[in-house]
Design a protein around this ligand. Structure first.
Ligand SMILES: [Zn+2]
Length: 172
């Protein structure tokens, strides 16, 4: 199991596959979740295991649809989040499907600390975008300055040449 745990962890890039928080964000290892709970016949194979933060795991518990009318949970290993959720500018998740709505409710994907987390991630991404833009501008300015310096030098040479010609003309 140890090796499988490590494989699941790395496959998920050390990130909760439901809500997106990372080990670095939480300051520790996350948990391994059986998407289909063992109590409901779920296996220990890689295809049934997910890397999952403590909160999501707690809220999910051993949910599994029993009847035809029971809603399904979103399986992050089978479908991208974008199929079921849309992240809004205010950091909340808007559900696009019944599966998304049920998962969001069950796992409390709009819990305030998670919304705050998404917002801070957005802010960080925006900061990085602005910093990159700023760096590009500085590079551009630097290039312009160098071109300008070359032009000034050329102009200086031309002036000197002109002066030389003038002197030759006047001497004649
Ligand atoms: Zn989570």
């Amino acid at each position: 199991m140890t090796n499988i745990r490590e494989q699941v962890r790395r496959r998920a890039n050390l990130t909760c596959e439901f809500c997106g928080v990372t080990e670095a964000d939480t300051g520790g290892r996350l948990t391994i979740d059986h998407f289909r709970p063992r109590t409901q016949g779920g296996g220990d194979g890689l295809e049934n295991l997910l890397y999952c933060c403590v909160r999501c795991n707690q809220y999910k518990q051993d949910y599994w649809p029993m009847g035809f009318d029971d809603p399904s949970l979103w399986n992050p290993r089978l479908e991208p989040a974008s199929r079921h959720f849309l992240e809004l500018d205010d950091g909340t998740l808007h559900s696009l499907t019944p599966t998304g709505a049920f998962t969001s409710k069950r796992l409390r994907l709009n819990r305030p600390p998670l919304v705050a987390y998404r917002l801070s991630k957005r802010r960080r991404a925006e900061e990085i975008r602005l910093l990159t833009r700023y760096r590009d501008l500085v590079c551009l300015l630097d290039r312009l300055h160098r071109q300008m310096a070359e032009l000034v030098e050329e102009q200086q040479e031309l002036l000197e040449e002109q002066q030389l010609l003038l002197r030759l003309l006047l001497d004649e």
